[in-house]
Design a protein around this ligand. Structure first.
Ligand SMILES: Cc1ncc(COP(=O)(O)O)c(C=O)c1O
Length: 364
């Protein structure tokens, strides 16, 4: 097939590059024991109640799922404290980002986000022939005043990851308040709160307030991170019912499978397990901070489940050396931060193994 058949903006898209799979590293380096701290996955694993619910749901996997996610919607609505018609569920929040692009963007519209941030916002813009503006982070945080300066009559969507991936940083309630108040009404802001459950800071914004006020705000949340169901793909959007109704028109009829819906519902009801995951993450971050301090390495304090560590030199060779030692992390190259590694928090023994390996590599 010749390239001219394909839309030029599709050819401009980079295929998503995931963290290196464990099995691949085992094969490549002849290892049997490999630790992956590369994809912001939850090391605790799913709630046993979610596993049981998923197994039970398999018994009726011959039937199509409930496309409206009725039970899950009711439960999440109760949990969040907003009416069920404010919700839309997706096959991961990834799918919702895609749907938001399809719902709002016309060719030539403008999209703004921070850089570096989550790469799927770029794809939503490019796929719809929109113009993408990447506003550099300031001290590793979204720079909301600089984003406001980029807003013009063609601006349609602004994506704000809060906490941000890869930096784990947040914008505060005060910053969001003045940003939202100054924003013209033709702009839709997406607050991607995939890591919200991990946040410990008291000044984290309550963006639901703006949704309740009827503003053009969409909140994205997910069961992939603190709820540990990344493999089942369940995310959701919270927005005014008019916005939800529009995105729902774009939605695939059976986008969230029945096993995932049942597991997510059970996971939601196991808040103790969630709290264990949050505590494990906090413990991991504190351990990494202490070890980085000991090794004299700079890092960015994180409210997510990953940490950016600055090694002060190109991290590609270090990444390779870590792989040989059976530890998979991510280099900052794809985020434009080539001297950084992004490390997901793991179990204590995994975190210790990473630090041991890093120390060896840095000494060698
Ligand atoms: C900021 C952010 N948003 C969304 C996602 C996608 O999550 P999901 O698994 O719900 O598609 C990720 C995944 O890493 C992320 O980091």
């Amino acid at each position: 097939m010749s390239a001219p058949l394909i839309r030029p903006n599709v050819l401009e898209l980079e295929p998503y590059s995931p963290g290196k799979p464990i099995e691949e590293v085992k094969r490549e380096f002849g290892l049997t024991d490999v630790v992956k701290l590369a994809s912001n996955e939850n090391p605790l694993g799913p709630s046993p109640r979610a596993i049981e619910a998923a197994a039970r749901a398999m018994q009726t996997a011959n039937l199509y799922p409930d496309g409206n996610c009725y039970e899950l919607r009711q439960a999440v609505a109760k949990h969040v404290g907003v009416a069920p018609e404010y919700f839309l569920f997706g096959n991961g929040s990834d799918e919702l980002i895609h749907y938001i692009g399809l719902t709002f963007l016309m060719p030539g519209d403008e999209v703004i986000t921070g850089y570096p941030s989550f790469v799927r916002y770029d794809a939503a813009a490019k796929l719809n022939d929109a113009v993408l503006h990447l506003v550099p982070l300031r001290e590793h945080r979204f720079d909301l005043p600089a984003i406001l300066k980029q807003v013009n009559a063609r601006t349609k969507l602004i994506f704000i990851a809060n906490p941000n991936n890869p930096t784990g940083t947040v914008v505060t309630a005060d910053e969001v308040e003045s940003f939202v108040r100054d924003l013209p009404s033709h702009v839709v802001v997406v607050f991607d709160q995939a890591y919200q459950e991990y946040v410990s800071r008291a000044d984290y914004p309550d963006t639901l307030r703006y949704v309740r006020e009827g503003r053009n705000i969409i909140i994205l949340r997910t069961f992939s991170k603190a709820y540990a169901l990344a493999g089942l793909r369940v995310g959701y959007a919270i927005a005014h019912p008019e916005i939800i109704d529009a995105i729902n028109r774009v939605r695939e009829p059976f986008n969230v499978n029945s096993v995932a819906q049942s597991a997510a519902l059970a996971a939601l009801h196991d808040q103790e397990h969630l709290q264990r995951a949050v505590a494990l993450n906090r413990q991991g971050l504190e351990y990494f901070y202490a070890q980085c301090d000991r090794l004299g390495l700079k890092y960015v304090r994180s409210e997510a489940n990953c940490l950016m560590v600055d090694l002060g030199r190109d991290t590609q060779p270090i990444f390779q050396q870590l792989l040989r030692r059976g530890v998979i992390v991510r280099t900052g190259h794809i985020f434009g931060l080539p001297t950084y590694l992004r490390i997901t928090t793991g179990k204590p023994e995994e975190n210790e193994r990473f630090i041991r390996a890093l120390e060896e590599v840095l000494k060698s």
